[in-house]
Design a protein around this ligand. Sequence first.
Ligand code: TXA
Ligand code: MG
Length: 340
Amino acid sequence: TKYWKLTKQEKIDIEMIQEASTLLKQGETVAFPTETVYGLGADATNSEAVSKIFAAKGRPQDNPLIAHVANKQQLERLVCGWPAYVDKLMEAFAPGPLTFVLPSNGVCAENVTAGLSTIGVRIPSHPIARWLLRVCDLPIAAPSANLSGKPSPTSAEHVWTDLQGKIAGVVDGGATGVGLESTVIDCTQDIPIILRPGGITQEEIKEITGAVMIDPALANQSERPKSPGMKYKHYSPEVPLYIVEGSLEAIQRKINQLKMEGKLVGLMASTKATNHLTADEVIPLGDNLTQIASKLYDALRTFKNGKVDIIISESFSEKGIGQAVMNRLKKAASQYIELN
Ligand code: TXA
Ligand code: MG
């Protein structure tokens, strides 16, 4: 696996981007940063290249990939058209962390869409992703660049840990920004439906389109999600994670109780809460939901088996980006405990 560390010297960077782009054109897999998480890219029009993504990640074959493009013109070449509200959404949020599910026209390889009639398409805003997409001039299929089931990678080190030796290269562009994946929105109906909450919030979308629905399966575990990827267990840390809701005193009592049982307890919470709580390993996630989102996956990867036996996480507000934070936390957790 080749490793490109991008510097600020533009000339070197362009050479590295060209090398990465050449590998993509040759049908190899290359990981690169986006504004959400690192993606593992391959030529979306080449089914053999795309199958290397599934193999490297150990990804279930029925989970479709997102095609990344440089601009709206490239996006238009992959789909059969869209309702008028999509133009408004694109004006507001593209490039950016929003993935549009639209009717596919079959230009991308069949394994990109896992046989569905729709395709997820997104225009990332990260400068390295944009550069790479422009230079290789191809739609790039890219899921998050982690082993299936693990937290998505927010740094090149995370990618290296998971996929070293299994992929052709990694472009290291430093830590990603948002820290959670894009919002996936089904735009095949009169009213858009959020299939996966993410970087663009429900509130922001509603402001543009007036109406927006949310896949009922996101709130109700017994319904089958409309997005295949949402049914899998995800983002799993090495040890069990409990989300606890309650006062700081109640959370501390829970930690103490687990310690009495002989357990080493890891704690992740807002910085404010961590100032009042003690545990064996404590990771402050920041002062607000935006910071918490950007640090969440790194924290989940930091708690190691052997250092802690259990992770306790504070429960967060579901407002704004909090909806995506809590969606990922609940998928990572084995229990949700309400304390009083
Ligand atoms: O931020 C992101 O979206 C990152 C970066 C790399 O762009 N990518 C990402 O890809 O998170 P992935 O493969 O880890 O998640 C894609 C999600 C999955 O839940 C998948 O099932 C869903 O999007 N998806 C893709 N195509 C779909 C389609 N045609 N219909 C419904 N859901 C789809
Ligand atoms: Mg993923």
